[in-house]
Design a protein around this ligand. Structure first.
Ligand code: FES
Length: 350
């Protein structure tokens, strides 16, 4: 279960016409609870129009800066993102959960890193870039960043300042889809073909310690496939997807029982929950039983609903949030999982 803390907003700054950075005024006594790793995110909860809205947003600040700042891009019909971009102001209070997320970065001595981002996928990478460049005097970070045009490029001024400050150790190459750039290669989206080209002509000579990919699924999948095909070890490729919408786990599997008994372990208690076909996912059955399970995207992306199956079988429809080792250990995304056996035991505390 996520615990939420009421945190005042210290400032709301416009980054682009459609995005803001929100800095929290975190009391000293909460700083250890909100200690984060570069790349991690928080769940922001807000009641808007009577609806309990929860969204995940990554920190753009780096842990050593002692600043707790996230960035929010306004999306079409996005309830929270519109609120954050048009209504939220300094002094308002938001509920936020302690940081979570496995898309994290640890600096190695004199490390070399490549970041590939599109749109607001830059947010967690900003935290990683700042961490890498300040970890020692030799680490290098090469960023490839796609946007529609310069005006809508989040952190454009900060990236330019970082280039000046860390000349020779940081570079940022911008791809634009709706604004012509001087070098034709940087026109259009970042895709697998471009990454293959970059690997052959740039990355292969760099001895890269880690690739960090964040953006829409098509970009992340294309870049990842190209890096793997080029021989990069999977363990060196780290990725996180944007929120991809409420992709329901609802589906029919002939062998799945219409009803099942789900033993839920949460907060040290064991509670029996009846799962029925109409729930569509174990998470919905658990929430429907009045249990306070953690969730945010319900789309298989954020991994907030992660739990460990310790008995019985489940089927997970979509997984953008768990690493292969977690799946091998029995973890599932409960928002994407349905029971395959008549009895399932699932541990939300694990
Ligand atoms: S709630 Fe985000 S993956 Fe399940």
């Amino acid at each position: 279960m996520s615990k939420f803390y009421k945190i005042p907003v210290a400032s709301v700054e416009k980054l682009t016409p459609d995005s803001v950075a929100i800095t929290f005024d975190l009391a000293d006594k909460l700083k250890s609870i909100f200690a984060f790793k570069p790349g991690q995110h928080v769940i922001v909860r807000k009641n808007i129009g009577g609806e309990d809205i929860r969204r995940t947003y990554s920190f753009c600040s780096a842990p050593h800066e002692n600043v707790f700042r996230i960035a929010v891009r306004q999306i079409d019909d996005g309830t929270f993102s519109t609120y954050a971009n048009t209504v939220l102001k300094a002094g308002d209070v938001l509920e936020i959960s302690p940081p979570i997320g496995a898309f994290t970065f640890s600096a190695k001595p004199a490390g070399t890193y490549v970041g590939i981002a599109a749109g607001s996928g830059i947010t967690p990478l900003m935290s990683m870039i700042r961490t890498a460049l300040t970890s020692d005097d030799e680490s290098k970070f090469f960023l490839y960043y796609g946007n529609r045009d310069a005006k809508h490029t989040m952190f454009r001024a900060e990236l330019a300042a970082l280039k000046n400050l860390y000349m020779g150790r940081f570079s940022a190459q911008m791809f634009m889809t709706r604004q012509a750039v001087d070098i034709p290669f940087f026109n259009g989206r970042i895709d697998g073909e471009k990454i293959s080209h970059l690997h052959a002509h740039v990355f292969s000579a760099l001895n890269v310690n880690g690739y960090y990919l964040c953006g829409p699924k098509s970009m992340v999948d294309g870049a990842k496939d190209s890096l793997l095909t080029a021989g990069e070890p999977e363990a060196n490729i780290h990725s996180e997807l944007f929120f991809v919408g409420d992709e329901s786990a609802r589906r029919k599997i002939a062998s799945a029982p219409a009803r099942a008994k789900v033993n839920v372990i949460m907060d040290g208690r064991k509670v029996e929950v009846d799962y029925r076909d109409e729930h569509g996912s174990i998470l919905e059955a658990v929430l429907g039983a009045g249990l306070d399970a953690s969730f945010s995207c319900k789309g298989g992306v954020c991994a907030t609903c992660r739990a460990k199956v310790t008995d019985g079988d489940v089927d997970m429809a979509i997984n953008y949030g768990l690493e292969p080792e977690e799946i091998a250990d029995g973890y599932v995304l409960s928002c994407q999982s349905i029971p395959l056996s008549k009895t399932v035991t699932i541990n939300f505390d694990a």
